[in-house]
Design a protein around this ligand. Structure first.
Ligand code: ZN
Length: 79
């Protein structure tokens, strides 16, 4: 037999409240943050490269992506 009692607990959790573009510093609006609509950069180098197994991460706005990466990278639709 199990017996339970009701307890009230305060649970703390992280909430994302501010995100900025790592290239131009512009701040994404609340809607972009809610839907995680900002670009995410993740570059990983392999063994024996100058950056041996290191990963670089960051956030990027649409404008900086178009200026710096769009024409140089392969794109895929997520569906
Ligand atoms: Zn930017």
């Amino acid at each position: 037999m199990k017996k339970y009692k009701i307890v009230k607990k305060i649970i703390e959790k992280e909430e994302l409240v501010k995100v900025t573009c790592d290239f131009c510093g512009s701040e994404f609006n609340e809607s972009f943050i809610h839907y995680k609509a900002f670009g995410k950069i993740n570059i990983t180098f392999g063994y024996s490269s100058k950056y041996d197994f290191r990963t670089f991460e960051g956030e990027i706005c649409d404008s900086c992506f178009e200026k710096l990466f769009k024409s140089k990278l392969r794109g895929h639709m997520w569906n």
